[in-house]
Every structure is written in C-alpha cells, then in structure tokens.
Design a protein around this ligand. Structure first.
Ligand code: XLS
Ligand code: MG
Length: 345
C-alpha cells in the first residue's frame, strides 16, 4: 500500500481562550480571519466548522441569510486556499437543546434539532463538503429514568433518516463520546455508531469519526477503534488529541499524556491507509489554560510535529525483529523493543 501523505485540519474552536467551568478566559479572542491565516501558516489544509462557526448567531437569521453568509465564507476559504472539511450542527447550546436534541422529551425541541441539522447539510453543500459530523453531545441522560433507551434509539434513527433524506449526497459521520456533558451518552463507541447506521434508510452514507480522548474516556484504546472502524471502511474523519485517564475531557495536544498510545494510533492509521481516500487528520486540541497569547498556536503546531515524528517512528519500526519476537511469544522483549524504539535507539 502506498504511504499516505497526511493533510491536516482544525476548527475555529481549537483556538480557545482558556475559559473553564471555574474561571473566565485567560487570552483575548482572535478574529476568524486571524485563525484562518494562522492555519495556513501552520501548514494546515482544511478547517472544520460547527454550523454557527460558519454562520455566527445562526438562530437569529433567515434561511436565505444563512446561505448567503455561507457563500461569503466559501469565498474567503477559497481566497486563503483552505478547504472546509465538515460541518457539525451545534445541538448543545440553545435553550431548545437543554434536554437533548434528537432525543429530547419535547417534540417541538426535537423538531428544532432536526431543522437545524437539515440547515447544516445546506451549509455544507455551499461550503463544498459532503461530510456532516454529529457529536451527539446531549443525546443521553443525567438520570436514566428520565428517558427510554429504546425510544431514544428510535428517535436517533428518525433523525438520521431525516438528514439522509434531506440531501441524497451527504455523508453523516457520528463522533461517539461516552459521557460529558451527559452522565451516559446513547452512542458511546464506534461499535454503537456503526450498529445504529444499520437501522437507517441508507447505512452506506453513515460512517464515523474517532476522537482519541473520547475512546480513552470509554476505557478503550483509540488504536483499536481505528482498526475496527477501518475494517468496515467507515473512518471518514479523525480528531487526534490526548487524555490523561478518566476525568473531564482534556483535549490535550496529541501524544501529551501517553506517547505509546499515540504511536499505536499512528501505526493503525498507517496499516489501514488512512488519508488515501482524501480523509483529513484533524487535531481537536485546546491550549492549556495557562498558555500565554504569544504561544496561541503551539498546541496545534506541536500536535502536528508529534504526529509527523510518530509517522517516522512507525515507518522505521523494526518489523523483522518484532515479528521474530512475536513468533517466539517473547512479548517481554517485544515490550522493550517498542520502548527502545520510541526512546530513539
Ligand atoms: C467535543 C467534540 C467536538 C466535536 C465537534 O467533545 O470533540 O469538538 O468534535 O462538534
Ligand atoms: Mg471532536
């Protein structure tokens, strides 16, 4: 298989200002144009969008106005030579989504979520991408007795069907995450995402997006999730980052918490040829709250550097030696071989 050349992507939200639940911003916000040209300078090829990153204050605007602004954005992207990778409906901010989007217990609120998702497909078409990402943020519960899991599965299928019917060319990419903001989410892993696709009107147009931190939060190895999704030809997008154990979603730079887990993700991408069908490597990372303004871009630049260094490491991995150790069931020395390789010997 030819070695892929990777292309990189990030979203406007990845230039975050340091706010957390316990304190305000620690860095001044930058304009959208600043972020766009920063990505270009960093050697990134694409930007990913929430619907309201593409069209701010989207709920206050008419459908015509939304599409007009999307067209203007497309021009700015073309001018900068940056592609729109995907668009994702932000279904966790508005008052209508307090109890979830597609699985809300209120019919009118579910309709809001579906209408907003359909509009996201329209925006994506204008931006020149067929890829819609669904991070199902509030599709879950704080307490299980508040919703029926069986009913919620049906409602999720209805919502996916409505999107598939709205645009016959769009591809929907489910981004699973097991928790946060919810106690438990309904689609916590890649297995769930690929399984629910089978209940829809067009399973071929439903794939998935793996975020390293989300797999780790589910107690899984992101490399296994990559191998599994790619065995089905379903890994259509990727959010690399890192996460130190089971706690709040950290979105650390790629490789920051566990270099070996990062290395194994790269090996999985390499052996499955990720990128060879035009898929992008996105870094869903945030600066640390302590990061000063002059270092605003380090988390993205460093993630990309680490990624490329680990690609070299994957390509120079002593496969013959490793295979001999595997044949001999000498996993003790295999373990050390990996460690020595990562340490640079
Ligand atoms: C949050 C998600 C989000 C998605 C896009 O945890 O990672 O950033 O990638 O909606
Ligand atoms: Mg993500």
């Amino acid at each position: 298989m030819p070695k892929p050349t990777y292309r990189f992507c990030a979203g406007p939200w990845n230039f975050s200002e340091g706010r957390d639940p316990y304190g305000p911003e620690t860095r001044a916000a930058h304009s959208f144009d600043w972020k766009l040209s920063a990505l270009k300078k960093l050697g990134f090829d694409a930007m990913m969008f929430h619907d309201d990153d593409a069209v701010p204050n989207i709920d206050t605007k008419s459908a015509t106005q939304v599409l007009k602004e999307a067209k203007e954005l497309k021009k700015r992207l073309d001018g900068e030579g940056i592609v729109a990778e995907m668009v994702a409906p932000r279904l966790w901010f508005a008052p209508q989504t307090i109890d979830g989007g597609y699985t809300s217990n209120r019919k009118a609120d579910r309709q809001y979520a579906i209408d907003r998702s359909k509009q996201t497909l329209d925006i994506a078409r204008v931006l020149g991408t067929d890829l819609i990402v669904l991070w199902l943020a509030r599709e879950g519960t704080y307490l299980r007795e508040s919703k029926s899991g069986a009913r919620s599965t049906e409602l999720l299928v209805d919502a996916l069907d409505a999107m598939l019917a709205h645009d016959k060319k769009a591809r929907l990419c489910i981004e699973p995450k097991p928790n946060e903001p919810m106690d438990h989410a309904y689609i916590p892993t890649i297995g769930h995402a690929l399984a629910i696709a089978q209940l829809t009107r067009d399973p071929k147009r439903i794939g998935c997006l793996i975020e390293s931190a989300h797999s780790i939060l589910a107690g899984l190895d992101p490399a296994d999730e990559i191998d599994f999704a790619m065995a089905f030809g379903k890994l259509w997008s990727l959010h690399l980052n890192d996460q130190n154990g089971l706690k709040f979603d950290q979105d650390k730079p790629f490789g920051s918490a566990n270099l070996r887990v990062a290395f194994n993700q790269i090996r999985a991408l390499e052996r499955n040829g990720y990128g060879s069908r035009g898929e992008y490597v996105a870094f869903d990372v945030h600066p640390f709250r302590t990061t000063r303004e002059e270092h605003y871009l380090k988390h993205l630049d460093n993630s990309r550097k680490t990624f490329l260094r680990l690609v070299e490491k994957a390509r120079s991995y002593p496969t013959k030696q490793a295979d001999a150790l595997i044949a001999d069931r000498n996993y003790q020395d295999l373990d050390q071989l990996v460690i020595e390789h990562l340490l640079g010997r």
